[in-house]
Design a protein around this ligand. Structure first.
Ligand code: NDP
Ligand code: 8X3
Length: 250
Protein backbone atom coordinates (compact mmCIF):
# COMPACT_ATOMS: atom_id res chain seq x y z
CA UNK A 1 0.00 0.00 0.00
CA UNK A 2 1.17 3.51 -0.80
CA UNK A 3 2.87 5.20 2.15
CA UNK A 4 2.83 8.84 3.24
CA UNK A 5 5.93 10.63 4.49
CA UNK A 6 5.94 13.87 6.49
CA UNK A 7 9.24 15.71 5.99
CA UNK A 8 10.21 18.82 7.96
CA UNK A 9 12.81 21.15 6.46
CA UNK A 10 11.87 20.00 2.95
CA UNK A 11 12.59 23.36 1.32
CA UNK A 12 16.35 22.82 1.17
CA UNK A 13 19.30 20.46 1.52
CA UNK A 14 18.75 17.04 3.08
CA UNK A 15 14.97 17.38 3.44
CA UNK A 16 14.50 18.38 -0.18
CA UNK A 17 16.74 15.51 -1.34
CA UNK A 18 14.67 13.05 0.73
CA UNK A 19 11.52 14.39 -0.96
CA UNK A 20 13.05 13.78 -4.41
CA UNK A 21 14.27 10.29 -3.43
CA UNK A 22 10.90 9.28 -1.97
CA UNK A 23 9.05 10.62 -5.03
CA UNK A 24 10.96 8.13 -7.20
CA UNK A 25 9.41 5.35 -5.12
CA UNK A 26 5.83 6.51 -5.21
CA UNK A 27 5.69 7.71 -1.60
CA UNK A 28 3.05 10.37 -0.93
CA UNK A 29 4.67 13.54 0.46
CA UNK A 30 3.86 16.20 3.02
CA UNK A 31 6.58 18.83 2.65
CA UNK A 32 7.12 21.40 5.42
CA UNK A 33 9.14 24.57 5.80
CA UNK A 34 8.89 28.32 6.22
CA UNK A 35 9.76 29.22 2.63
CA UNK A 36 6.47 28.44 0.94
CA UNK A 37 7.61 29.49 -2.55
CA UNK A 38 10.44 26.93 -2.35
CA UNK A 39 8.02 24.23 -1.29
CA UNK A 40 5.71 25.11 -4.17
CA UNK A 41 8.58 24.87 -6.67
CA UNK A 42 9.43 21.40 -5.34
CA UNK A 43 5.76 20.40 -5.42
CA UNK A 44 5.54 21.52 -9.07
CA UNK A 45 8.56 19.36 -9.93
CA UNK A 46 7.38 16.26 -8.09
CA UNK A 47 3.64 16.30 -8.60
CA UNK A 48 3.88 14.23 -11.78
CA UNK A 49 5.51 11.44 -9.77
CA UNK A 50 3.45 11.39 -6.59
CA UNK A 51 0.85 13.32 -4.55
CA UNK A 52 2.37 16.28 -2.73
CA UNK A 53 0.95 18.58 -0.06
CA UNK A 54 2.91 21.51 1.37
CA UNK A 55 2.64 22.91 4.90
CA UNK A 56 4.06 26.28 5.76
CA UNK A 57 5.01 26.74 9.43
CA UNK A 58 7.87 27.56 11.77
CA UNK A 59 8.59 24.54 13.99
CA UNK A 60 9.23 26.93 16.90
CA UNK A 61 5.60 28.02 16.92
CA UNK A 62 3.69 25.18 18.60
CA UNK A 63 0.24 26.57 17.78
CA UNK A 64 1.26 26.86 14.11
CA UNK A 65 2.64 23.30 14.17
CA UNK A 66 -0.58 21.88 15.62
CA UNK A 67 -2.82 23.94 13.30
CA UNK A 68 -0.86 23.05 10.16
CA UNK A 69 -0.92 19.32 10.84
CA UNK A 70 -4.61 19.41 11.76
CA UNK A 71 -5.30 21.11 8.41
CA UNK A 72 -4.02 18.14 6.38
CA UNK A 73 -6.51 16.88 3.79
CA UNK A 74 -7.92 13.40 4.42
CA UNK A 75 -5.63 11.64 1.90
CA UNK A 76 -2.47 13.00 3.62
CA UNK A 77 -3.54 12.51 7.24
CA UNK A 78 -2.17 9.02 7.85
CA UNK A 79 1.55 9.50 8.33
CA UNK A 80 3.60 6.31 7.93
CA UNK A 81 7.03 7.92 7.94
CA UNK A 82 8.01 11.00 9.93
CA UNK A 83 11.31 12.63 8.98
CA UNK A 84 12.30 15.13 11.67
CA UNK A 85 14.90 17.02 9.68
CA UNK A 86 14.26 20.77 10.13
CA UNK A 87 17.19 22.38 11.88
CA UNK A 88 20.37 24.33 11.56
CA UNK A 89 23.42 25.55 13.40
CA UNK A 90 23.45 29.24 14.24
CA UNK A 91 26.91 30.65 14.86
CA UNK A 92 30.23 29.03 15.82
CA UNK A 93 31.47 30.81 18.92
CA UNK A 94 33.30 30.16 22.15
CA UNK A 95 30.79 29.52 24.91
CA UNK A 96 31.57 32.83 26.63
CA UNK A 97 31.13 34.74 23.40
CA UNK A 98 28.03 32.99 22.04
CA UNK A 99 24.88 34.95 21.20
CA UNK A 100 21.75 34.21 23.17
CA UNK A 101 19.59 34.54 20.04
CA UNK A 102 21.69 31.82 18.36
CA UNK A 103 21.32 29.54 21.41
CA UNK A 104 17.57 30.13 21.47
CA UNK A 105 17.26 29.39 17.75
CA UNK A 106 19.16 26.08 18.00
CA UNK A 107 17.36 24.80 21.08
CA UNK A 108 13.94 26.01 19.91
CA UNK A 109 14.24 24.64 16.35
CA UNK A 110 16.46 21.55 16.62
CA UNK A 111 15.06 20.27 19.92
CA UNK A 112 11.68 21.78 20.79
CA UNK A 113 10.51 21.97 17.15
CA UNK A 114 11.25 18.28 16.71
CA UNK A 115 9.26 17.55 19.87
CA UNK A 116 6.25 19.65 18.81
CA UNK A 117 5.96 17.92 15.44
CA UNK A 118 6.43 14.49 17.03
CA UNK A 119 3.83 15.28 19.70
CA UNK A 120 1.15 15.71 17.05
CA UNK A 121 2.10 12.79 14.84
CA UNK A 122 3.06 10.03 17.29
CA UNK A 123 -0.48 9.43 18.70
CA UNK A 124 -1.80 8.26 15.33
CA UNK A 125 1.19 5.88 15.10
CA UNK A 126 0.62 4.42 18.56
CA UNK A 127 -3.08 4.02 17.73
CA UNK A 128 -2.31 2.12 14.51
CA UNK A 129 0.66 0.34 16.15
CA UNK A 130 2.86 1.15 13.18
CA UNK A 131 5.08 3.91 11.91
CA UNK A 132 8.68 4.89 11.27
CA UNK A 133 10.34 7.96 12.77
CA UNK A 134 13.68 9.14 11.46
CA UNK A 135 15.38 11.95 13.34
CA UNK A 136 18.20 13.70 11.51
CA UNK A 137 20.83 14.09 14.20
CA UNK A 138 24.49 14.81 13.49
CA UNK A 139 28.02 13.72 14.20
CA UNK A 140 27.74 16.79 16.49
CA UNK A 141 25.34 14.69 18.55
CA UNK A 142 28.05 12.09 19.06
CA UNK A 143 30.99 14.31 19.97
CA UNK A 144 31.57 17.93 20.96
CA UNK A 145 33.98 20.09 18.98
CA UNK A 146 35.53 23.49 19.74
CA UNK A 147 32.94 26.29 19.51
CA UNK A 148 30.25 23.70 18.74
CA UNK A 149 28.90 23.89 22.32
CA UNK A 150 25.18 24.65 21.93
CA UNK A 151 24.71 23.15 18.45
CA UNK A 152 26.36 19.98 19.76
CA UNK A 153 24.07 20.12 22.82
CA UNK A 154 21.01 20.39 20.58
CA UNK A 155 22.10 17.35 18.55
CA UNK A 156 23.04 15.39 21.70
CA UNK A 157 19.46 16.13 22.76
CA UNK A 158 18.20 14.70 19.45
CA UNK A 159 20.27 11.58 20.17
CA UNK A 160 18.73 11.25 23.66
CA UNK A 161 15.20 11.94 22.38
CA UNK A 162 15.66 9.32 19.67
CA UNK A 163 16.72 6.73 22.25
CA UNK A 164 13.81 7.73 24.49
CA UNK A 165 11.34 7.46 21.62
CA UNK A 166 12.67 4.01 20.73
CA UNK A 167 12.18 2.80 24.30
CA UNK A 168 8.75 4.35 24.88
CA UNK A 169 7.37 3.38 21.46
CA UNK A 170 8.76 -0.16 21.61
CA UNK A 171 5.42 -1.68 22.73
CA UNK A 172 3.73 -0.21 19.65
CA UNK A 173 6.04 -1.67 17.00
CA UNK A 174 7.11 1.79 15.85
CA UNK A 175 10.59 2.00 14.35
CA UNK A 176 12.74 4.89 15.55
CA UNK A 177 16.08 5.80 14.01
CA UNK A 178 18.66 8.57 14.08
CA UNK A 179 20.74 9.28 10.99
CA UNK A 180 23.81 11.25 12.04
CA UNK A 181 25.77 12.84 9.19
CA UNK A 182 29.11 14.61 9.27
CA UNK A 183 29.71 17.41 6.78
CA UNK A 184 26.99 17.67 4.13
CA UNK A 185 27.14 20.37 1.44
CA UNK A 186 23.81 22.17 1.77
CA UNK A 187 22.69 25.65 2.83
CA UNK A 188 23.70 24.66 6.39
CA UNK A 189 26.91 26.74 6.50
CA UNK A 190 25.27 29.75 4.82
CA UNK A 191 22.73 29.74 7.66
CA UNK A 192 25.33 29.04 10.34
CA UNK A 193 27.58 31.91 9.27
CA UNK A 194 24.68 34.17 8.24
CA UNK A 195 25.92 34.59 4.69
CA UNK A 196 29.49 35.37 5.80
CA UNK A 197 32.28 34.41 3.33
CA UNK A 198 33.53 31.75 5.84
CA UNK A 199 30.66 29.58 4.61
CA UNK A 200 32.18 29.37 1.10
CA UNK A 201 35.31 27.63 2.40
CA UNK A 202 33.65 24.93 4.51
CA UNK A 203 33.22 22.40 1.69
CA UNK A 204 36.42 23.26 -0.24
CA UNK A 205 39.47 20.97 -0.60
CA UNK A 206 37.59 17.67 -0.17
CA UNK A 207 34.40 15.99 -1.30
CA UNK A 208 31.73 16.58 1.33
CA UNK A 209 28.66 14.40 1.62
CA UNK A 210 25.85 15.50 -0.69
CA UNK A 211 22.23 15.76 0.43
CA UNK A 212 21.41 12.94 -2.01
CA UNK A 213 23.81 10.61 -0.15
CA UNK A 214 21.76 11.07 3.02
CA UNK A 215 18.48 10.72 1.12
CA UNK A 216 19.59 7.33 -0.25
CA UNK A 217 20.51 6.18 3.26
CA UNK A 218 17.11 7.30 4.54
CA UNK A 219 15.36 5.40 1.74
CA UNK A 220 17.44 2.30 2.52
CA UNK A 221 16.47 2.67 6.19
CA UNK A 222 12.75 2.83 5.50
CA UNK A 223 12.80 -0.16 3.14
CA UNK A 224 14.26 -2.76 5.51
CA UNK A 225 12.05 -5.72 6.36
CA UNK A 226 9.48 -5.29 9.15
CA UNK A 227 11.71 -7.00 11.74
CA UNK A 228 14.77 -4.79 11.01
CA UNK A 229 15.21 -1.33 12.54
CA UNK A 230 18.34 0.66 11.76
CA UNK A 231 18.52 2.42 15.11
CA UNK A 232 21.48 4.74 14.83
CA UNK A 233 23.72 5.51 11.89
CA UNK A 234 26.83 7.70 11.72
CA UNK A 235 28.04 8.71 8.25
CA UNK A 236 31.03 10.84 7.28
CA UNK A 237 32.54 11.86 3.98
CA UNK A 238 35.58 9.64 3.37
CA UNK A 239 37.78 12.71 3.89
CA UNK A 240 36.40 13.23 7.41
CA UNK A 241 37.42 11.09 10.41
CA UNK A 242 35.70 13.11 13.14
CA UNK A 243 34.48 16.67 13.65
CA UNK A 244 37.97 18.16 13.53
CA UNK A 245 39.96 15.71 11.41
CA UNK A 246 39.27 16.51 7.77
CA UNK A 247 41.70 15.72 4.98
CA UNK A 248 41.47 18.83 2.80
CA UNK A 249 44.42 17.92 0.60
CA UNK A 250 42.41 16.20 -2.11
P1 NDP B 1 19.63 23.47 5.12
O1 NDP B 1 19.90 24.80 5.70
O2 NDP B 1 19.91 23.26 3.67
O3 NDP B 1 18.12 23.04 5.42
C1 NDP B 1 17.51 23.30 6.66
C2 NDP B 1 16.03 23.05 6.54
O4 NDP B 1 15.42 23.24 7.81
C3 NDP B 1 15.37 24.02 5.57
O5 NDP B 1 14.44 23.32 4.77
C4 NDP B 1 14.68 25.01 6.48
O6 NDP B 1 13.47 25.47 5.86
C5 NDP B 1 14.32 24.12 7.69
N1 NDP B 1 14.18 24.94 8.89
C6 NDP B 1 15.14 25.65 9.52
N2 NDP B 1 14.62 26.35 10.54
C7 NDP B 1 13.27 26.08 10.54
C8 NDP B 1 12.18 26.52 11.33
N3 NDP B 1 12.36 27.40 12.35
N4 NDP B 1 10.94 26.06 11.06
C9 NDP B 1 10.75 25.19 10.03
N5 NDP B 1 11.75 24.73 9.24
C10 NDP B 1 12.99 25.19 9.49
O7 NDP B 1 20.49 22.43 6.00
P2 NDP B 1 20.60 20.84 5.96
O8 NDP B 1 19.76 20.25 4.91
O9 NDP B 1 22.04 20.53 5.97
O10 NDP B 1 20.03 20.50 7.41
C11 NDP B 1 18.99 19.58 7.65
C12 NDP B 1 19.24 18.85 8.96
O11 NDP B 1 20.45 18.12 8.85
C13 NDP B 1 19.40 19.77 10.17
O12 NDP B 1 18.73 19.19 11.27
C14 NDP B 1 20.91 19.77 10.40
O13 NDP B 1 21.23 20.03 11.74
C15 NDP B 1 21.25 18.35 9.99
N6 NDP B 1 22.64 18.11 9.66
C16 NDP B 1 23.26 18.83 8.67
C17 NDP B 1 24.59 18.57 8.38
C18 NDP B 1 25.37 19.37 7.37
O14 NDP B 1 26.62 19.35 7.41
N7 NDP B 1 24.71 20.04 6.42
C19 NDP B 1 25.32 17.50 9.07
C20 NDP B 1 24.57 16.83 10.10
C21 NDP B 1 23.27 17.11 10.34
P3 NDP B 1 12.95 26.98 5.87
O15 NDP B 1 14.15 27.87 6.00
O16 NDP B 1 12.23 27.12 4.57
O17 NDP B 1 12.05 27.03 7.05
C1 8X3 C 1 26.56 19.36 10.94
C2 8X3 C 1 27.94 18.80 11.02
O1 8X3 C 1 30.29 19.22 11.97
O2 8X3 C 1 29.06 21.14 11.12
O3 8X3 C 1 25.74 18.83 11.93
O4 8X3 C 1 28.43 20.12 13.19
S1 8X3 C 1 28.96 19.88 11.87
Amino acid sequence: MKKTAFITGASSGIGRAIAYEFSKHDIRLVLCGRRQERLQEIEAELVNRTEVHTLNFDVRDKEAVFKAIESLPEEFRTIDILINNAGNAHGLDLIHEGKIEDWDAMMDINVKGLLYVSKVIIPQMTERQSGHIINIGSSAGKEVYPKGNVYCASKHAVDAITQGMRIDLNPYGIKVCAINPGLVETEFSKVRFKGDAIADGIYKGYKALQAEDIAEIVYFTITRPAHVNIADLLVFPTAQANSVTINKSQ
